[in-house]
Write a protein that binds this ligand. Structure first.
Ligand code: SP5
Ligand code: ZN
Length: 342
């Protein structure tokens, strides 16, 4: 299987994440991608190529233009205000402050465009996010050509990034940008299956009203887990998108048997939809030793479900999302891809 990778992910090297009331080194760190790349090489998964530059048009096809220019200039505006650290949102237009205008001050803009405070915007974040969407777009174009499968080793991840919000370590929604670009090249239907531990709130937000992308997500119940406010089973899409969002929230301690049953249901629904392309938001934070998650999958389980995904027989793009047990992130990720090819 082809892997697309860009060194530019290293430009996303934030120093601080707010976790448990402390500033800690971010879970979403450059070493994750390096370990995954190393495993691609030692397991001889296949060729590794660099992405092409697709520019901003495919980004603006799913994200708000004001949001995109905010991301581009956020860190320099923050620095221009004299702050010494990284840009972190501290104040939001919450439930008691409706219909906000977008502030001109950078601290106000951060609150407007952030959906969580854990994610700091650091110098280089924008450049890395741009390269990450190029990785997803390049892998998708390869799959459209070959009708096979490819691995987009994206970093930073994307599935929490909504039309106009960042957070959950995500800035641009790589998988959504890739799905939209495939549609813009003439495909009529894309299925986007999110197996990251966390609900793909950003992807759901982008496609919620649409019938050309079927979004399905298996994740920790938002009653118990980040992103806390989206991903309930009752959210099934609206308007033309009615019935084309499917959420499988699962409780703390969920093991592979229950998780696999949810996956099998999702697979049956994808087959019924008859998509031209399958995009997998591949997070391996469902692993039993993940430091911020609560499912109990073993490394062998990743191989097993990769096989189920491969058996679907669809052109498939794997887009890297989360997974924070750094020592096993390469094993678990490549297990899925090898399962797919088995
Ligand atoms: C792409 C991705 O996987 N993003 C995840 C972002 C999660 N950020 C919030 C983490 C808060 C974790 N609280 C967990 C407590 C563990 N005991
Ligand atoms: Zn995750």
């Amino acid at each position: 299987m082809l892997t697309v990778y860009s060194e530019k992910h290293k430009l996303r090297d934030s120093k601080a994440e707010i976790f448990g009331g402390e500033l800690v080194p971010p879970f979403e760190c450059p070493r994750r991608a390096e370990i995954i790349l190393e495993r691609v090489k030692t397991q001889k998964l296949g060729p590794i190529i660099s992405p092409n530059d697709y520019g901003l048009d495919p980004v603006l096809a799913v994200h708000d233009a004001g949001y995109v220019s905010f991301l581009e200039t956020c860190y320099s505006e923050w620095k221009a205000k004299g702050f010494g650290g990284e840009a972190i949102a501290l104040c939001w237009p919450t439930r008691t402050m409706n219909a906000p205008q977008i502030p001109r001050d950078i601290e106000g803009k951060l609150g407007y465009y952030a959906l969580a405070a854990e994610t700091a915007i650091s110098g280089g974040t924008w450049e890395a996010a741009l390269a990450s969407k190029d990785v997803a777009l390049t892998a998708t174009d390869h799959v459209l050509k070959t009708k096979g499968a490819a691995f987009a080793l994206c970093r930073p991840p994307g599935h929490h990034a909504a039309i106009d919000q960042f957070g959950g370590y995500c800035f641009l929604n790589n998988a959504a940008i890739a799905a939209q670009n495939a549609l813009d090249q003439g495909l009529s239907k894309v299925a986007l299956l999110d197996v990251d531990f966390h609900h793909g709130n950003g992807t759901q937000n982008i496609f919620y009203t649409r019938d050309d992308v079927f979004f399905l997500s298996l994740h920790g119940d938002p009653m118990d887990a980040f992103p806390h406010f989206l991903g309930h089973a009752e959210e099934t899409g609206i308007g033309a998108g009615a019935g084309l969002t499917a959420n499988y929230p699962m409780r703390p301690g969920t093991g592979y048997a229950a998780w696999k049953a949810a996956l099998e249901d999702a697979i049956a629904r994808i087959h019924a939809y008859k998509p031209d392309l399958l995009i997998i938001s591949l997070g391996v934070d469902t692993f039993q030793n993940d430091p911020i998650s609560f499912f109990k999958l073993t490394s062998d389980d990743f191989t097993d479900y990769g096989q189920l995904l491969g058996n679907m027989g669809l052109p498939t793009v794997y887009v890297m999302e989360g997974g924070y047990a750094v020592d096993e992130v390469g094993i678990n990720t490549i297990n899925v891809l090898q399962g797919h090819m088995a």
